[in-house]
Design a protein around this ligand. Structure first.
Ligand code: FEO
Length: 162
């Protein structure tokens, strides 16, 4: 059984993971409208991945005999004007999520909740990957700059994401 404090904190994280999915879906729509189909595809895959993150915690709460409470999902407010602006926001968002995961780890440690601590280690590693992937793409966007031909090459590369 998990504590009420932990249950609430994990439920909040479920919400933030679903918000991440919503945010990336909005970014995918922006890329579709900008005719960058590869970027749109990458974002849609990312949105799906975020949903699986939320569901992973959702399943964990249930497995520990906790109560899942689904709250409202905040609407993404971004009005993006370029691929660079989008990925700057992705990097900042993932850094924020990393902070949230670390706060959860600290809570699990404080409560001596070893099972939750262990479950969260997957997220700690995942965040390293998430930040690195977004950071790499942002760096590549900066490298190609505003040269349309090069941006299309990058779009093609991102369209290959499984
Ligand atoms: Fe679920 Fe992108 O962190």
């Amino acid at each position: 059984m998990i504590s009420k404090t932990m249950e609430e904190a994990l439920n909040r994280q479920v919400n933030r993971e679903f918000y991440s999915s919503y945010l990336y879906l909005a970014m995918s729509a922006y890329f579709e409208s900008a005719s960058l189909k590869g970027f749109a595809h990458w974002m849609r895959a990312q949105a799906t991945e975020e949903r699986t993150h939320g569901q992973k915690i959702f399943d964990y709460i249930l497995a520990r005999g906790g109560k899942v409470t689904l709250g409202d999902i905040e609407a993404p407010r971004g009005k993006w004007t370029s691929a660079g602006k989008v990925f700057e926001e992705v990097v900042a968002h993932e850094q924020k999520v990393t902070g949230m995961i670390h706060t959860l780890v600290e809570l699990a440690d404080k409560e001596k909740d070893h099972a939750t601590f262990e479950m969260l280690q997957w997220f700690v590693k995942e965040q390293v990957e998430e930040e690195a992937n977004a950071g790499d793409i942002l760096a590549q966007i900066k490298l190609v700059g505003d040269i349309p031909g090069h941006l299309f090459w990058l779009d093609h590369q991102l369209g290959k994401r499984e």
